[in-house]
Design a protein around this ligand. Sequence first.
Ligand code: EPZ
Length: 430
Amino acid sequence: MEQYIIKGGNSLAGEVEIGGAKNAALAILAAAIMADDTVEIDKLPDVNDINVMLEAITAIGASVQRIDRHTVRINGSGITNINIEYDYIKKIRASYYLLGALLGKYKKSQVALPGGCNIGSRPIDQHLKGFRALGADVDIENGKIVAEAEALRGTHLYFDVVSVGATINVMMAAAMAEGVTIMENVAKEPHVVDVANFLNSMGANIRGAGTDVIKIRGVKKLHKSEYSIIPDQIEAGTFMFAAAVTKGDVTVTNVIPKHLESMIAKLIDIGCEVYESDDAVRVVAKRRPRCTQVKTLPYPGYPTDMQPQIGVALALAGGTSTITESIFENRFKYLDELARMGANIKVEGNSAIIRGVERFSGARVSAPDLRAGAALCIAGLAAEGITIVDDIVYIQRGYECFEEKLRSLGGIIERVSSEKEIQKFQLKVS
Ligand code: EPZ
């Protein structure tokens, strides 16, 4: 089992280029099969989740041609199977985007029901509500979602919960329904807009993505396209907070500053200097973070995927801070790991009361999920001594070249997989 081993104490400094947005790419890869033409997508992040989604698309008969690490050509004309096996859903929940894509294109689809995961139960009732509103029969049979429709017809739908996944999944199905669909109380994340832009580049007619109301005029066919994924605002935020935690000076390049506004506001709140240009943001942290209050919210609010990262900064801040996690019911597990490094945190329901400490001490910790794993690495970079992070397979699902990028900023971090390699690292850095 691979681990990261980290020697803390260096302030991160320098520039790091941000890759394509994982959560936009996963949905766009699913949507790409809706055309019977060749669709070329670039700026894909080269991470495990993307590779699993490409395997799932290949498994149903689409042709997938990897041009390079970040570019793929997909042609959905050869699809012979509308059944997505549990194996793929178990590996990545986002395979459920194939439900909306296949239902939109073929008016039928079968996808294994996704389970919960480390951050919460994550129901998909809003996805199913949307498909039913479009006229599909949707049943759960033997652990599978079976969706079928004579025809999909435009509808006026109000989501009970703001859901990124449901917004995207239903938008894909509605893109090829008959007539007009109006969706309200939708998610406005940058990756929702990216998927809408991608579908429109294939000939769909979607307006209003990024606002509270999305209007979709269904089309019969979608055609070829060449598309570039937007930069990953969560990867960018992760490196920005790494600067804040290590009192560093880091510039993230190839970003869209507008997508980072809520994170920039919080970085300034905790005492960082932030300088924006067209496609880069520089974060300078000259002193220990200040305490503050933060509540995770749907976009444009502070993102839940950035909650562990600010949690690490506040655990080192002067004073007492609070974090309220309003999106997922179980996203504080990393705080137990942080406590082993010396953090002083009390969780009460969906809030964490954080009494900042002067410093962390290195310890052996385990990554409970993707974003918390990245945050624990950042904590290790600030800690005194050596930190070992287990279960880094989570981190590799969503961060390309994570340790290489941290090393390029002066972080002392290596990937190891044996006690021997750990001892070798300890000798080297001692
Ligand atoms: C997406 O998950 C992201 N994943 C998550 O990122 C992200 O944390 C989340 O959006 C919120 O921004 C991908 O895009 C692949 P939701 P998703 O549906 O779509 C409830 C990462 O680290 N809900 O917006 O599953 C749900 O329980 C991952 O990259 C329902 O009740 O999130 C949650 O409380 C982690 N019924 C809330 O809505 C539904 O039908 C928001 O979930 C759907 C969701």
